[in-house]
Design a protein around this ligand. Structure first.
Ligand code: SAM
Length: 272
């Protein structure tokens, strides 16, 4: 019988976000494969877990991946953990998952903390449709090309970015996305957790020396951008309904029906 490959979440800051199940599985498996063994060892010591640990990162993922696969095929169970959050989300693990699937090995998620979704649910932006990018490309040309494509998407866009690149990245976002709403989710689950909300250019100016880790969320293409109607037309329609005796809320509801969109989208269109 093959073993099981567990993808085990670890906290993104607050150790209390470690789940009971994660602790149990990490104690029970034959091997833990970790991105940074020193960092993971601290976590394991904190939770009194004494399972053997091996390094599994970008540099050694091919060699170690093969050895892990052999052990799984020999019936041992293995857990992958990353430095923080869910393995295989902008972290090593995804390649091993594919190898294991091809070899017929069972994969089992041990869910828990994740920076992107924690940021999204607190952002106030659309949570029905969202597009996770992760880290934008390093080269300016590739990054700008991607941002151009993303600027056409009608969904909240979620980026990871390193603090020292944030200011430049926000300036590019402002240039390519225009005056959209952006949310910076900083130091999630940690002491200095903070959500900065505002228009892209305003936040880009405000950020000086950001400390800690960030998730950047950008509002999707707004209704007024999508229908290529000038905003005044939408305002005109709302105004017409108001002139006919409706209060503003009802007028926006009627305009939303007319354009077959939500009232939130009408509100956002007439705000711009
Ligand atoms: N696997 C992780 C997950 O599930 O969220 C993501 C790891 S990725 C290598 C690291 C990036 O995630 C950081 O650069 C930052 O953008 C984001 N991140 C991780 N922890 C965070 C936190 N506590 N607050 C805000 N962003 C965080």
């Amino acid at each position: 019988m093959n073993g099981i490959l567990y993808l085990c979440a670890t906290p993104i800051g607050n150790l209390e976000d470690m789940t009971f199940r994660a602790i149990k599985i990490l104690r029970e498996v034959d091997l833990i494969a970790a991105e940074d063994t020193r960092r993971t060892l601290k976590l394991l010591n904190y939770f009194d877990i004494h399972t053997p640990l091996t390094r599994f990162d970008e540099n050694c993922k091919e060699n170690v991946g093969k050895k892990i696969l052999e052990r799984l095929l020999a019936g041992e169970s293995v857990a992958i953990v990353s430095d923080a959050g869910l393995p295989a989300i902008c972290d090593p693990g995804a390649d091993l998952v594919r190898l294991a699937i091809d070899a017929g090995i069972k994969i089992c998620p041990i869910p828990g903390a994740n920076a992107a979704l924690s940021a999204l649910i607190c952002s106030g932006l659309d949570t029905k449709q969202f597009f996770f990018v992760g880290f934008p490309p390093r080269t300016q040309k590739n990054r700008r090309e991607l941002l151009q494509k993303l600027s056409k998407i009608d969904a909240t866009i979620i980026f990871y970015e390193a603090p020292h690149r944030l200011k430049k990245f926000l300036a590019e976002l402002a240039e390519i996305f225009g005056e959209r709403q952006v949310v910076l989710a900083r130091e999630l689950t940690k002491v200095h957790e903070e959500f900065l909300r505002g228009k892209i250019s305003a936040l880009a100016e405000k950020i000086s020396e950001p400390l800690g880790e960030f998730v950047v969320l950008v509002e999707g293409k707004t209704f007024s951008e999508q229908i290529s109607l000038p905003n005044e037309n939408i305002s005109d329609v709302v105004q017409k309904f108001m002139d006919s005796g409706l209060d503003k809320k009802s007028a926006m509801r009627e305009a939303a029906k007319k354009f077959n969109v939500s009232r939130r989208e009408i509100y956002s269109a007439i705000k711009h």
